[in-house]
Design a protein around this ligand. Structure first.
Ligand SMILES: [Zn+2]
Length: 243
């Protein structure tokens, strides 16, 4: 976002004489590379979005397993649910924090998205008899009106123009669920920090501490899985069961 730079004429004159631009070439290069990276991520998330919704039936059939398997439940799902309204802006499914100059991003998790979809508000009956799940909504928190679209997990049909549902229930419920993801991540870090402190205190008692640092004992051993691997594993599992 552009912002006004307060500069006196004297400073402006001195800067011009020194040949110092307000924005340096290195800053411009960093900005250009950042934009290229953003374009790359947009394409990547579009590919993942299409892959996910192409496999919606598989994912819904294995919903309980996904929710109960941390490596699946923790998969990033921030790009799979979109919403936004007048005066309120876009639904935030990706929160970024700056802790001591270190950026930490906490995204909506897949297990949480599946729990959001358990709410009646996010389900629509399809003409094929299957259930379609809301993946996009717009509206107004003031009037409460909304318009949403959903995808059927059985026939793959997209149902557009879903109205007469509270915008607030879409937006604030999703927000609240995402905050629970944030709680989970922060509690997990705190819990691991406590374990690191215990190990540190043991080392102090034994006289094994050379340079005091709890951070040396901080561990993060949670299993990581991406969307592509999860889909492949679930397909293999269903294949084995069918044969
Ligand atoms: Zn259908």
């Amino acid at each position: 976002m552009a912002h006004a730079i307060q500069e006196s004429f004297r400073d402006f004159y001195k800067r011009q004489n020194t040949g110092l631009n307000l924005i340096s070439e290195a800053m411009k290069q960093e900005q250009a590379e950042h934009e290229k990276l953003r374009d790359f991520h947009e394409k990547r998330y579009l590919r993942k979005y299409e892959l996910f919704y192409k496999n919606l039936g598989l994912i819904i059939r294995n919903k309980d397993e996904i929710i109960n398997t941390p490596k699946y439940a923790n998969i990033d799902a921030h790009y799979l649910l979109e919403g936004g309204g007048c005066f309120i802006g876009r639904l935030q499914t990706c929160q970024q924090y700056n802790f001591a100059g270190t950026l930490v991003t906490i995204n909506l998790k897949l297990g949480t998205l599946l729990k959001i979809w358990e709410a009646e508000q996010f389900q629509v009956e399809c003409s094929c008899g299957g259930i379609a799940y809301i993946r996009h909504f717009v509206g107004s928190p003031l009037s409460g009106s909304s318009c949403a679209s959903a995808l059927c997990s059985k026939c793959g049909q997209e149902i557009k123009g879903i109205k007469n549902r509270s915008y607030g229930k879409y937006h604030f419920f999703s927000n609240k669920m995402h905050y629970r993801d944030i709680d989970l991540v922060v509690k997990k870090i705190l819990c691991n920090w406590i374990l690191a402190e215990e190990k540190y205190n043991e080392d102090v008692k034994k006289g094994n501490v050379y340079m005091p640092s709890v951070g040396e004992n901080l561990k993060s051993n949670d299993e990581f899985c991406n969307l592509e691997t999860m889909i492949h594993e679930l397909q293999l599992k269903e294949f084995k069961v069918a044969n």
